[in-house]
Design a binder for this molecule. Structure first.
Ligand code: IFM
Length: 388
């Protein structure tokens, strides 16, 4: 089996604005983190101050031998109130795009990675009647920033974000969460409508545009094949079919979904990572094979893959196994253009706060001192060889 990747393959790591920048006080997550009875373990606060220290972070990534960096724009900085545009914030992100190019890193830019301005959220969020127009306007604002990116993603994991209201209802009923539930259908459709609006704006001469989706390896437990297929259709297929309108699809794969007759089945406790999901590196190759079944001609970019662990040797072993599965899928014909590890830095892992560590670089959250882990050097070596 070959462990080399196609010429021009992108190798790098990913972040998202709210998880690394710090001080994103004007988005709806900040408000939620500080709400009474918040489900967050801790607030995002200064995160890892990437907003000011991005040059040092890109130096580390490029210095290791990688050639790509994925990051997201923070809409609430760019449009703090509806129609009020911060040129300084746009200039900041434009400098990051240029800073990537100066270091030989292909910029991969996500327009919205979960967080939205408070004014957008207050007025109905993605279900509000103006959501599509507002997102299209934001995409227009972003055009001068993203025009020199390598790839642009409209939305991050709408198929996971559409599960959040369902998870909240389950929590209110005291039901256990064994895995991702089926997403809310109205919200799924709203996200996909917004994606299409973004695509219309961005497609005019800008880089390839796509959608970033959570992909999983789908496992039917105890013969529950039909239940698994129905769950997969809601969580994955309808989103993949919508992604067919784009130029490529971004896949973010961490684990498997085990579906039994009663819905998701929890993984064995000894297999769960710090992010409470199953340690399942082969999910990457399996997910890519499934994408190819649904969208045979679609170029695929792995926009996230990684593991939350305090043991960096486990991170290397996981990534090595995941990449072997990916290489096998490529050898069998999958058109995969690159691999972006999640994450460049230990960062704010949403409800889990700073405890689940996914980073190739550790950060002291008092001094913000960065310490590259062996996994960064390891991934850089893979990048330099373009293979394992
Ligand atoms: O941290 C998240 C990211 O924001 C979206 N994809 C999954 C990651 C790990 O849970």
């Amino acid at each position: 089996m070959t462990t080399t990747f196609p010429d021009g393959f992108l190798w790098g790591a990913a972040t998202a604005a709210h998880q690394v920048e710090g001080g994103n006080v004007n988005n709806h997550y900040w408000e939620w983190e500080h709400a009474p009875h918040t489900p967050f373990r801790e607030p995002s606060g200064d995160a890892v101050d990437h907003y000011h220290r991005w040059r040092e972070d890109l130096d580390l990534l490029a210095g290791a031998g990688c050639n790509a960096y994925r990051f997201s724009l923070e809409w609430s900085r760019i449009e703090p109130e509806e129609g009020e545009v911060s040129r300084a914030a746009l200039d900041h992100y434009r400098r990051v795009v240029d800073g990537c190019r100066e270091r030989g890193l292909a910029p991969v830019v996500t327009l919205v990675h979960f967080t939205t301005p408070r004014w957008f959220h207050r007025d109905g969020s993605w279900l509000g009647p103006k959501a599509g127009d507002r997102f299209a306007r934001f995409a227009e604002l972003a055009l001068p920033v993203v025009q020199d990116a390598e790839y642009v993603l409209t939305l991050n994991e709408p198929n996971l974000a559409a599960c959040l209201p369902v998870l909240a209802e389950m929590a209110a009923r005291g039901e256990p969460v064994n895995g991702l539930p089926r997403p809310d259908q109205e919200l799924s459709e709203a996200f996909l409508a917004a994606h299409r609006r973004g695509l219309d704006v961005l497609r005019g001469g800008s880089p390839p545009v796509g959608l970033a989706l959570v992909g999983q390896e789908w496992i039917a437990e105890d013969g529950a094949v039909e239940q698994m297929a129905a769950h997969r259709a809601a969580m994955e297929d309808q989103f993949l079919e919508a992604a067919a309108d784009g130029d490529f699809v971004g896949m973010q794969v961490y684990s498997c979904a085990r579906i039994g007759a009663g819905g998701p089945v929890a993984p064995a406790p000894e297999l769960t990572t710090l992010a409470h999901i199953e340690d399942r590196p082969q999910a990457l190759g399996e997910s890519v094979r499934r994408v190819r079944e649904v969208l045979p001609e679609m170029p695929i970019l792995i926009t996230e893959n990684g593991i939350a662990t305090a043991d960096d040797a486990q991170r290397i072993a996981f990534t090595d196994a995941a990449l072997r599965g990916l290489a096998a899928a490529v050898e069998d014909g999958a058109d995969v253009r690159g691999y972006l590890h999640w994450s460049l830095l230990d960062n704010f892992e949403w409800f889990g706060g700073y405890a689940p560590t996914f980073g190739l670089i550790g950060v002291d959250r008092t001094t913000f001192t960065r310490t590259a882990k062996p996994s960064l050097e390891w991934l850089g070596g893979v990048a330099r060889r373009n293979g394992l």
